[in-house]
Design a protein around this ligand. Sequence first.
Ligand code: THU
Length: 164
Amino acid sequence: MDKMKIEIVLDVYNNIQELTEADQLLLQSARSITSIAYAPYSHFLVGAAAVLNNGEIIKGTNQENASYPVGICAERALLASTANLYPDVPIVSMAIAYHNLNGSSNKPVSPCGMCRQALSEFENRTNQHIRLLLSGMEGEVFIVEKSSELLPLSFGKKDLHNKL
Ligand code: THU
């Protein structure tokens, strides 16, 4: 019997000022767009902003629904917009921020499991890793160089076609 150990490494910054100018702008966009999130049920407003290989900036917010499972996270809203507006254009970096109207917003949160799966598929289809910047409205910023690091042992296209 063997054991396998899987580790992830994050860069931890104390605040937005420690980031490069480009990263600061992207995170500011994510923070700012939380204001148009539609989250009347959770009051947890999430904003995402991504820069693509072609230089375009795409944004997304969570969109909830009275039928709760119908709601969509900011990250997947952004991925769908990106794929529709710019098919096959990879994402360089995505900043994700949240404004918790029920509490504080000063610790980074990371994408939910469903969004990790969606990010993994997007990375695979565009053949490029997505860099993630995670933060609240203030305070620490986590940077993950490849979003797929957040989904070890992921299930993907390779598994469905493993007989080919
Ligand atoms: N949410 C996101 O949009 N992204 C995340 O990474 C975590 C959760 C949304 C889903 C729901 O509308 C609200 O936040 C509370 O879970």
